[in-house]
Design a protein around this ligand. Structure first.
Ligand code: ZN
Length: 278
């Protein structure tokens, strides 16, 4: 039986790439933190559905809420890195990216989760402008990446849609793309964000089944703020507003149906990596 991946990018509602003003990094400390409660809600949901997932935790969140990282790990989920400061990779230099990775791993280790071996870039920002990042990930000991989206704008529709091995100057690295579907003449994010939130759960499950019949596992991605019962509203540019707020209502129930409609396991296990010794 093919197992799929439910991944969670553990971040606050205000971790939005490319907007400054009230959501700029210097204001993060003073914004209302909601990540702990929302992530606990997700953990409860996954436990009810008997799903173990992969949680890519932002280092900034791990540093402020180390107990949350422990709770995620103790519930049997895999811990990966979402970077430290939620910056687009292609806007960093390789050296800055390596430093951000180091900081995120240090925060995870300090929270009791050393040895993160999976990475998810903010806003799927490993693309043709930042392929050097795969070298940095392999060089710093990461075993897999899940940051290259086969979609326009954030990635490229020509990217592979199934897990595959990438060669880098520092060895090999697995790449596990998010699930997309052909719709409206282009690839849309059926496994993540607005595409996942707007879709009927039955449609998502059928898409997963079709890929699984070909032996291909898929990756879905959710964020704690997507199931927030009372998400803080803040003025965002139209594109980010759509990505963040479109059809949040009822998503938690739709997600539960999807989680009960397919088989899931942590990404490292799905890729066949050896178990992490505790
Ligand atoms: Zn993120």
């Amino acid at each position: 039986m093919v197992r799929n991946c439910l991944t969670v990018d553990v971040e606050e509602w205000f971790h939005v790439c490319g907007v400054g003003g009230p959501l700029a990094v210097e204001n993060w400390e003073s914004l209302q933190s909601r990540v702990v409660d929302n992530t606990h809600d997700l953990l409860d949901l996954l436990e009810r559905c008997r799903v173990r997932g992969t949680f890519f935790v932002l280092g900034w969140v791990a540093h402020r809420h180390p107990g949350l990282v422990r709770d995620i790990a103790q519930a049997g989920h895999e811990i990966g890195s979402h970077g430290f400061l939620h910056q687009r990779v292609y806007e960093l230099t390789p050296r800055q990216f390596a430093a951000d990775l180091d900081a995120s791993r240090e925060a995870l280790a300090a929270a009791g989760a050393p040895g993160a071996r999976g990475y998810r870039a903010p806003e799927w920002s490993i693309n043709d402008r930042s392929l050097w990042a795969l070298d940095v990930l392999a060089e710093t000991g990461f075993a897999f990446d899940s940051s290259m989206a086969p979609m326009r704008f954030v990635g490229d529709p020509r990217y592979l849609q199934h897990p595959h091995v990438r060669s880098t100057v520092s060895g090999t690295l697995y790449e596990f793309p998010p699930m997309v579907a052909r719709r409206f003449g282009q690839n849309v994010p059926l496994g993540v964000g607005w595409g996942l939130r707007m879709s009927d759960p039955g449609r998502v499950i059928r898409a997963i089944e079709a890929r699984n019949r070909s032996g291909v596992p898929v990756a879905l991605t959710v964020h704690p703020w997507e199931i927030d019962p009372d998400p803080p509203q803040i003025g965002l540019p139209a594109a980010q507003r759509f990505v963040h707020y479109f059809r949040l209502g009822g998503f938690r129930q739709r997600l539960e149906r999807i989680l009960r409609g397919a088989v899931f396991a942590p990404m490292g296990e799905v890729l066949g990596l050896p178990p992490v010794s505790a």
